[in-house]
Design a protein around this ligand. Sequence first.
Ligand code: NAD
Length: 501
Amino acid sequence: MNMNAVLKEANIYGELFDRQKIKSHELALTTAAQRADKIRALLKAIMDARPAILEAGYKELRLNPTDLDAQLLMVKGEAEFIARHLESWMADQPIQGTLMTLGKKSYVRYEPKGMVLHVSTWNAPIAEAFVLAFGAMAAGCTFVLKPSELAPHSAQVIADIVEKVLKDDEFVVLNGGAEVSAELLKLPFNHIFYVGGHGVGRIIMRAAAEHFATVTLEMGGKNPVIVDQTADIAEAGRKIAWGRVANAGQVCLAPDYALVHDSVVKEFISELGKSMTSMYNPDGKGYNKSADVPRIVNIRHFERIKALFDDAVAKGAKLEHGGEFDAADLFISPTILSGVTEDMRIMTEEIFGPIICIVPFSQREQAITTIRRRPKPLGSYIFAKDRAAIDFFLARTTSGSTVVNHNLVQSGTNAHFPFGGVNASGIGRIGGRYTFLECSNTRGVVEDQYPAGDPNIMFPPYSEKYKGMIAQMLGKEIKVPNGVINLINGIIKITAKLKGK
Ligand code: NAD
């Protein structure tokens, strides 16, 4: 795109931004019922577009309709949950008073941050777009969505859906690549959502700093799965085979490497391989013939994954299972590598493909050291039957979320659950009320209601009584039960009313 075109678009975006700004003030005054109605209308349009969504997902990742329906179920669950709870989330939340606030009422009001931008990605484009959109709508914000150009069919379907339901001054989808994001990032949005890799995450955070916009960054990294010697190995193999191969490994939460106790490593590799076969190549005709093995999104990502694999094998990694690559078909078979070492790129970069690396450990501390050597992960998984082992690993690691004795199931299954990462894997939380909170300003309000004692006592020139009170309070721990404070407040209120104040 030439510079003139960029400038022209910048002006278009600026004009749209100005109209959304005006609309944002109007949206701030809408009720929970009005917002919920819009969310339901959008959900209906999404469900009506199901055939187009299934077609787009097949074209982009060769996804099975059932996998796409599962994504739709996540979107539906989120919309229904928000619509059900929004009134209570929007209600003012009373704050307990203190001795210093006698005669006053304090509460929290959740008000919309205003204008929200979402720069989204391609691996689950429908859920990534709408889960965040619903949260912003619930909070009463305007929304600009920039889907990923790597999922162009879904991006078009998303634009068509939104256009049917909402005007562009409230919610608009702007399709294109990095050049569109770059122009949008110049505008002073109040909050920016980003879902994608670290490189662009830094660009987003820098751009946000220019306008002091808040950000929610949903990124990824290397998610560890620990397989303790007390785990049910067959079950671990089955669950991890699914967790690693679903969406062809292009899932931010997918287990990236398995830390396996060396007493069970052989058995685990065997069970993992067996499960990969029984799930994704049951008739023995080949993984590439299965309707359940999706494809890599494009040749750049295919070559990126292949380069990680080649580097590992060249440096001595052992191929335990799979290892088939077909560039023309963007196909990679479910693959297990053992004998991986820290100098291999596959042990430092997120794989985001259907390959899992096996790293044995003999002492539990060793597994902890391996995890701590890397940035804090988005998800971590612990397979163990021994409660002490589970607690040992939980207490000594951190991640955005953890599942014990399963993987991946923390996403899209429970709108009460806070979803997000830690530092390099993400900032902020989404899902249900958490998305609403990311788009809301938590405004503290104090209302001075009834005169308590001498209301002028705190103003200079300070009286001896006031100086004495302050000194006394500084000298000891102030511990007045809430019930007493509430009682005094009640008495102040009744006295004021009796006095006609
Ligand atoms: P991507 O290439 O689709 O990029 C994401 C978005 O950034 C796109 O909209 C793209 O247009 C935009 N973009 C690209 N370059 C840009 C630039 N220079 N300036 C501004 N915007 C730009 O995403 P990707 O990196 O391939 O996504 C995969 C990553 O996303 C993985 O690391 C995965 O773990 C992570 N992910 C995280 C979550 C989560 O919820 N935490 C979900 C899905 C994916």
